[in-house]
Design a protein around this ligand. Sequence first.
Ligand code: NDP
Length: 424
Amino acid sequence: MTSPFYKFYKKSREERLAILLKEHYLTPNDYDLFLNNKLLDDDVANALIENQLTQFPLPMGVAMNFIIDGEKKVIPMVVEEPSVIAACSHAAKMTLPDGITTKVHSRQIIGQIILKDVVDHKEASQMIDSHFREIKEIADNTHPSIVARGGGLKKIKTRSISDTSEQNFFTIHLFVDVQNAMGANIINTILEGVTPFVLELIQGASLMSILSNYNTDCLVSASCKVPFLQLAPSVEQGKLIAEKIAEASLYAKLDPYRAVTHNKGIMNGIDSVVIATGNDPRAVSAASHAYASRHGQYEGMTNWYVVEDHLIGELTLPMAVGSVGGAISVLPMAKANLDLLEVRDATDLARIILSVGLAQNLAALKALVSVGIQKGHMSLHASSLAIQVGAKGEEIEEVTKALRRAPKMNTQIAKHILNKLREK
Ligand code: NDP
């Protein structure tokens, strides 16, 4: 008997949903939800992913109070976790009056040609260096449109990679200026064009050619200067908090157990903007965490220290995001969010993302070293709890308020409050 899922990928969205309903994978309610929940045209959604069934909405909000490189910004963030946006807006306010300053160190993306069975690595390296002009010509001819836009292959480096066994690899890094794209497809196209020529130059076998998401030549920094008085009502209290934030950042450098949580908080902000702008959060996360391990141990991503009557914060990460290409140019919401951010090019977006990461970290550290994180978090979590226990319409606000007043907050208490409200 043919499986009901036979050639599932060839069916229309409606047919796929009907099959899942018929086979009892979906309840009628969920079927209706999946069927009718549509923000994207089917053509767009089908072009983006395979076996498209429906769309998965997440709330989008905006973080306020940001001044980045002297410009006021309203930041769209797509996130399901309460308190992230509130904390981010609160921290952005603490960076005033100056706001956050950013710097783009460089913007080149790396493609790797990985070869094995190369006998003489030194000779291979010399061959690559002495044929740079030819390699560049091939790269440029493979992707002429990026050259016309001012980008293309800029430099090459070679590396010897080996483990303790006999096995060793010879790797060639192509550094490409991809202009305003994230660049994965551009790089992969260039690698496809260049690899056969490299194999003519060097005796060896190809293992693979692929972009590296570890974008160490695409580093962006954000920094801020927080006056003590932005941290507390008095300079003395503010100084105390600033010193504790500096110690907390030092601690996150020393202990990976803390560093992971420290960095998770930073990624709360970064991922939310990356998603809101149609960029690839997996690529950004992989690069960020690898960069946090560059000294051999996983470390906190930020540096905070005290100078005179200010707390200074810094965050540097690889940020290979695009303002065109991939899903960015396809998702209407991503395009609208880039407009909202008044992003002129990919570096603008990278600067904003780093600024949000830095602010998010400031908010978390300040809460942790002063009132604790749970107070603010749970207060915002109250409305989620209210919805979880079935509050509807105006009940949500009423249950939320009562939960915030309650000595403890959990689903049982939320249920109790809702029941009492309904008895009235
Ligand atoms: P695209 O190929 O979609 O976009 C790049 C293209 O956009 C360029 O080739 C160019 O084409 C056009 N373009 C228009 N204006 C500009 C401009 N100002 N600057 C640069 N390009 C411009 O995407 P990317 O190469 O950026 O690849 C990103 C996608 O690849 C993402 O969806 C990502 O998820 C995916 N991906 C990621 C991988 C990874 O991270 N490991 C692996 C594989 C794919 P033209 O000149 O012809 O107009």
